[in-house]
Design a protein around this ligand. Sequence first.
Ligand code: ZN
Length: 184
Amino acid sequence: MEALIVVDMQKDFLEPEGKLYGGERVRSVIPKVREAINFSRDFMPIICTQDWHRKDDEEFSLWPPHCIEGSPGAEIVEEIGVKEEDIFVKKRRYSAFFSTDLDLILREKNIRKLWICGVLTNICVLHTIADARSLNYEVGLLKDCTEALNDYDYKYAVHHITNVLGAEVITLETFFSLREEDVG
Ligand SMILES: [Zn+2]
């Protein structure tokens, strides 16, 4: 079994008035992530992670306060079209596995392969993939459905995810065609 993991597609990162807005570059992944979700929904569960911080979270010694639990900025952007029946995992750290029940959710559903999209490539995506690999999940990164704040961060992360973490790195187009082969 497989799942699509949609990392932190939240208003504070993706909307111009967000607390930690990543700019047009980061915002540009929204249509692709939407496509990935729409396509995958027929084949696998959609699992959305949400950065979800306490007001006094330790992380705010590194970053300005963002994604405070229950705040409008912590909501997932409407454009990607998540549904109530999708699975939501709230997290306080970069990795969606750290102190969450994501591993339990995946094991209950017999999911061994994770397709990952979302933001930011070099922070929450990278750390989530690192933990997924430590837990022996197979991982595929949809490389045009993720973004970082700049070219260096994006390229470094993709290199690390490929060569150090051993994930498969493919485009959304290839992801679509893999599925067509399966169906055919
Ligand atoms: Zn955070």
